[in-house]
Design a protein around this ligand. Structure first.
Ligand code: HEC
Length: 107
């Protein structure tokens, strides 16, 4: 729990200067906590899954990335970052879109 709070605090700091105009970063972060994304992901460091900043870097300039990542978060899968799969996430599409936009807007 302490770690989650720390991660959230760091995320808040990091996002303060760089949040994408269309993304409500505070809301997105709450969703990431609510849906347990942060159990496997952190903003800056690899946990079970890739750091969100690394994800943003990998797909920078890729116009199809948002749609592909929404599907990936929904259905789960492996092979992009290693052999460990992400399980399917039971999250409403609109919330997944908010999360993916938030992740892709990180710098
Ligand atoms: C049980 C651990 C776990 C949870 C929970 C989890 N992820 Fe992941 N996530 C992973 C792993 C492992 C990968 C790497 C998959 C791969 O190599 O293709 C990943 C990859 C990703 C990627 C990059 C996908 C790609 O194809 O490059 C995004 C974006 C992502 N996760 C977002 C989320 C979001 C948003 C949530 C919460 C709704 C979430 N994850 C919950 C483990 C998790």
């Amino acid at each position: 729990m302490r770690n989650l709070i720390l991660v959230a605090a760091v995320a808040g700091l990091a996002l303060a200067g760089s949040a994408h105009a269309d993304v409500d970063a505070a809301k997105a972060k709450q969703l990431a906590q609510k849906y347990n994304c942060l159990a496997c992901h952190a903003i800056e460091t690899k946990l079970v899954g890739p750091a969100y900043k690394e994800v943003a870097k990998k797909y920078a300039g890729d116009k199809g990335a948002e749609a592909a990542l929404v599907l990936k978060v929904k259905n789960g899968g492996s092979g992009k970052w290693g052999a460990i799969p992400m399980p399917p996430n039971n999250v409403p599409d609109g919330d997944i879109t908010t999360l993916v936009e938030w992740i892709l807007a990180m710098k």
